[in-house]
Design a protein around this ligand. Structure first.
Ligand code: ZN
Length: 345
């Protein structure tokens, strides 16, 4: 039987928990396709899967990673609209397609929702086997590595800004960590929507790169108090939308940055999820606190068209061989990169 190399997490812990193993090459079942992987995109989610999350159970052993680009190399029975040899990106959210949430285009609210590499085997392998609805044509303008770096973060940021916060032209948005995966997506999407973008970043190199992505003002959070800067930049009025994913370290300041009627939208809490919130601020200022996770496959197909048109850009730091996955996690956790990290099997 043909085998493939893949990354496997058998126990949570340090970088040494990322083991390279051999597994049988998957045979796609009904409605599924097999993709020969050329590039694997890493996300912060990968580090949570490796480290573990208190109170959450991951189905170990698990192949991590949610994003990939490759070529379709086998079709199961009953697939449509995809052929062997097609260059594709893998869409990271798997849903049933038949329930009310799915049929409303809210895939991520499906009771059977899975994220590849989180609740089922992911993309850190030489081959991956997914439903045919979970592949889409690779944007022609992008390299395989670039295309592998975009789906999860752009889908997440799009859903937050377009669907949840309903950011509009002429409004001002504060994007935290504007050179992180979701942050760099948010800066570009907010710009595309015609909003005024204030972003934060740590250090001069990151600040310069965030400005080049289209942020109108960049705050260096290492040397400046972001809430005071936002207050100064907006003439004390505050911003209409705050794009949150940092959590405990920034949440209080984020709420203080909101204008009357402002919306805070959050998809994560990398510095911790327990925060204090004054209900007085929420009702006196008519604030909205919006949770968001992932997004729809339909929106993701629209995002891929925007990449083809050159209106969104991947932000890639470096490519590493899959065998150096531990080093990739270390770089991710140290926030030493100026963009996404992609592995090559
Ligand atoms: Zn469903």
């Amino acid at each position: 039987m043909a085998t493939m190399r893949c990354v496997v997490v058998r126990e949570h812990g340090g970088f040494d928990r990322l083991r390279l193993e051999e597994r049988p090459v998957p045979t796609p079942g009904p409605g599924r396709v097999r993709v020969r992987v050329q590039a694997i995109g890493l996300n912060h989610l990968d580090t949570w899967v490796r480290r573990g999350v208190p109170g959450h159970t991951f189905p170990l052993p698990l192949i991590p990673s949610s994003d990939a680009c490759g070529v379709v190399d086998a079709l199961g029975p009953g697939t449509r609209g995809v052929a062997e040899g097609d260059p594709v990106v893998v869409l990271p959210g798997v849903s049933c397609g038949a329930c009310e949430a799915c049929q409303t285009g809210l895939d991520q609210l499906c009771r059977h929702y899975h994220i590849l590499g989180e609740s089922c085997d992911g993309t850190a392998a030489e081959f991956v086997d997914v439903p045919f609805a979970n592949v889409a044509p690779k944007p022609r303008a992008l390299t395989a590595a670039e295309a592998a770096s975009i789906c999860l973060v752009f889908q997440t940021a799009w859903h937050m800004l377009v669907r949840r916060a309903e950011l509009r032209a002429g409004e001002t948005v504060l994007v935290h960590a504007g050179l992180s995966g979701v942050g760099s997506a948010a800066v570009q999407i907010a710009n595309l929507l015609g909003a005024q973008v204030i972003a934060t970043a740590g250090g001069a190199a990151k600040c310069a790169k965030v400005a080049a992505l289209g942020a109108h003002h960049v705050i260096d959070y290492r040397t400046q108090d972001f809430a005071a800067e936002v207050r100064a930049l907006t003439g004390k009025a505050g911003v209409q939308v705050v794009f949150e994913h940092v959590g405990a370290a920034t949440f209080d300041g984020s709420v203080r940055c909101l204008a009357r009627g402002g919306r805070l939208v959050t998809c994560g809490a990398t510095t911790g999820g327990d925060v204090r919130l004054s209900l007085h601020a929420v009702f006196f200022k008519s604030l909205s606190i919006l949770g968001s996770t992932m997004g729809s496959k339909g929106d993701l197909r629209q995002i891929l068209r925007l990449f083809d048109q050159g209106r969104l850009r991947p932000v890639l730091d470096r490519q590493l061989p899959m065998a150096r996955v531990g080093e990739a996690h270390r770089l991710l956790e140290a926030r030493e990169t100026l963009g996404k990290i992609v592995l090559e099997p």
